[in-house]
Design a protein around this ligand. Structure first.
Ligand SMILES: *Cc1c(COP(=O)(O)O)cnc(C)c1O
Length: 355
């Protein structure tokens, strides 16, 4: 039953509730979790329902479809493709958007399905991924959107530290607040959500750096790993070890640590540097690059070192430990590590409940 990702559901629940409280204390009333890292895992997603979030977000419609039965409203975080508007209206209550043409298509489809579709309009504050560029003129587009009968403009948002690595700051987020004020004054409407980014904005907490009009964040990594992602530091008071990779030893032998003969490239076409450390007690585990990028794993046992691997094998220096075949070795994961493992059909899942 290995390899598997073990998930501590109690710790996840703790981090969810802690994130709600932590955000409230920093003037953010609406946390909209982004659970794309779960690759459609309903069991784990249901924890977010239990914690009372109003919306849960995913980047893929296929996953939102799996979450159909959950109480929370669903939102699509990747701006919709024109070719998927039918499913977007069917499976998502809300989507993030940045193209007028797509919004009009959503409107037509919503009319067909006799629904109202909510949108958060995305503005690019300089990170250069999705959104209307902040410093341009937007009123003409907004006017057209407000005239669409089956579209509800719920708010505006931005995404930071994703492509350009732009670090959130008061001045950058204030660009979004200026857009909010302009829209509300000019059109005499009020927007529910001013969505100031993702887990990189958590870096501003406790610094009095978040403009008070920013009332919402879309958070994934901050909840799953207790991290802010502007500088990738752990946030005190959160769990950082909710997820564990467990893999089984299939070979355990003492061998030379240096290849015996002329060497070329490995199975991934890479020239690897191998140090001669003399005889070494080594283990091979049944998990590989097909499941996860090995750099995203870290053995929980400090005595162990990852020395390499291939598609299906992970090789460990056991140093002076006494592991043997059939033993399970545990690893800490980072966000990309978890993302790949959850998407590998060869990796099982284990749900850890109360001890
Ligand atoms: C993934 C994503 C998020 C969440 O990002 P985290 O860094 O995991 O908090 C928020 N917004 C958008 C548009 C995303 O694609």
């Amino acid at each position: 039953m290995y390899p598997r990702v073990s998930v501590d559901l109690e710790k996840l629940k703790f981090n969810c509730l802690k994130m709600i409280e932590y955000s409230k204390n920093n003037g953010i009333d609406y946390i909209m979790p982004v659970i794309k890292v779960l690759a459609g895992d309903k069991k784990i997603a249901s924890i977010f329902d239990e914690c009372g979030f109003d919306y849960i977000g995913d980047s893929r419609i296929k996953n939102l479809k799996l979450y159909h039965r959950l109480r929370a409203k669903k939102y699509l975080v990747r701006i919709p493709s024109l070719s998927e508007v039918k499913d977007v209206v069917k499976y998502a209550n809300l989507s993030l958007n940045s193209e007028l043409e797509t919004i009009k298509a959503l409107n037509l489809e919503a009319e067909r399905q006799n629904k109202k579709h909510e949108i958060i309009l995305m503005f690019d504050l300089g990170d250069l991924r999705e959104g209307f560029y902040y410093s341009y003129e937007h009123n003409k587009n907004i006017k057209e959107i407000l005239e669409l009968e089956n579209i509800i403009l719920k708010g505006i948002g931005t995404n930071l530290t994703c492509y350009g690595g732009l670090i959130p700051s008061f001045d950058i987020l204030n660009r979004l607040v200026e857009i909010k004020n302009n829209i509300e004054d000019y059109f005499q409407i009020s927007l529910d959500f001013i969505s100031g980014g993702n887990s990189s904005s958590l870096y501003l907490f406790g610094k009095n750096q978040i403009p008070k009009d920013i009332n919402s964040l879309r958070i994934g990594e901050g909840i799953f790993f207790g991290k802010e992602t502007a500088y990738s530091t752990d946030i005190d008071g959160f769990y950082h070890d909710i997820f564990t990779l467990q893999a089984e030893i299939i070979e355990c032998k003492t061998k030379p640590s240096f290849p015996d003969g002329e060497t070329s490239i490995n199975s991934f076409g890479e020239k690897t540097y191998i140090e001669d450390k003399g005889l070494m007690k080594r283990a091979i585990l049944a998990v590989g690059k097909q499941d996860v990028i090995l750099e995203n794993l870290k053995p929980r046992d400090n005595e162990l070192d990852i020395i390499g691997g291939s598609s299906d094998h992970l090789i460990i220096n056991l140093n002076n430990t006494s592991y043997k075949i059939g033993d399970i070795i545990e690893f800490d994961l980072n966000y990309p590590g978890l993302l790949h493992l959850m998407n590998s059909p060869y990796v099982k899942r284990h749900y850890k409940k109360k001890p």
